[in-house]
Ligand binder design. Structure first.
Ligand code: SF4
Length: 244
């Protein structure tokens, strides 16, 4: 059984509670190795996993917010056929962008993506040179890009050693390391980000697989509705494992 090390987080997880221990480097390595081995055998073949084009990855990440993968696949292909790069998106009118997004919902995502393209390609071209920045902090300065999306683009497009926490990742980390946390509570989510950073492998390439694997496990095995612990690579060490 993995024992969490006594390395302490700099803050208490809740008033009066003991500080939560972060995983030690040995525990983190074991956790990540199991995940990545599982991913290599079970990952779905998705188009945005076959590319390192930062714009294509950004489009996929924005479309996947609040939306099922199966639903995004067609929209992703059609959108990129119409707007294959940041330049073509920046040159379009907002109505044209919204028309291409029609049916996917949450239209603020499309408006922000369009604003982002215009900023990078036109309004602040000297600053960005027409391309997306690589660092998560710089990505976060762009319209519609939050902490998760910045981490995803930095990791999946640029192979940066960047952590990311979406609802799937938060659920897996919470169940495995800290069942008492509530991912919807802001301070607990901050703790889960600290755990996500602590378990990242050392290289950007390994972090790419690790991050994809965490998200995939949350989508296929450790889901919000049901935990398939019997086919989970983390079962032996997980604090929330069931006997199914
Ligand atoms: S063992 Fe079960 S609860 Fe733990 S991470 Fe795997 S599926 Fe989730």
């Amino acid at each position: 059984m993995i024992r969490l090390s006594q390395m302490k987080l700099p803050r208490r997880t809740r008033a009066g509670a003991k500080p939560l221990a972060l995983p030690s480097p040995v525990e983190a390595r074991d956790f990540s190795r199991r995940l990545r081995a599982w991913y290599r055998r079970h990952a779905r073949d998705l188009p945005w996993r076959r590319t390192r084009d930062a714009y294509h990855i950004l489009v996929s990440e924005l479309m996947l917010q609040q939306t099922q993968v199966s639903r995004v696949l067609d929209f992703y292909a059609r959108f990129l056929a119409r707007f294959p790069d940041l330049g073509s998106l920046a040159a379009a009118r907002e109505q044209q962008v919204l028309a291409q997004w029609r049916g996917l919902g949450y239209y603020a995502r499309a408006r922000n993506l369009h604003k982002l393209a215009r900023r990078v390609v036109r309004e602040e071209a000297p600053r960005y040179g027409g391309v997306l920045p690589q660092a998560p902090e710089a990505l976060r300065a762009l319209p519609g890009v939050g902490a998760y999306t910045a981490g995803a683009v930095a990791s999946f497009a640029f192979e940066q050693r960047a952590a990311l926490v979406d609802t799937n990742v938060a659920r897996v980390l919470q169940r495995f390391f800290a069942p008492h946390l509530h991912p919807k509570r802001a301070r607990d989510l901050t703790t889960l980000w600290s755990i996500a950073e602590a378990v990242l492998p050392r290289t950007g390439r390994a972090s790419w697989t690790h991050n994809q694997a965490l998200m995939e496990l949350g989508a296929l095995v450790c889901t919000a509705r049901v935990r398939h612990c019997g086919r989970c690579p983390l079962r032996g060490e997980c604090q929330s494992a069931t006997n199914d």
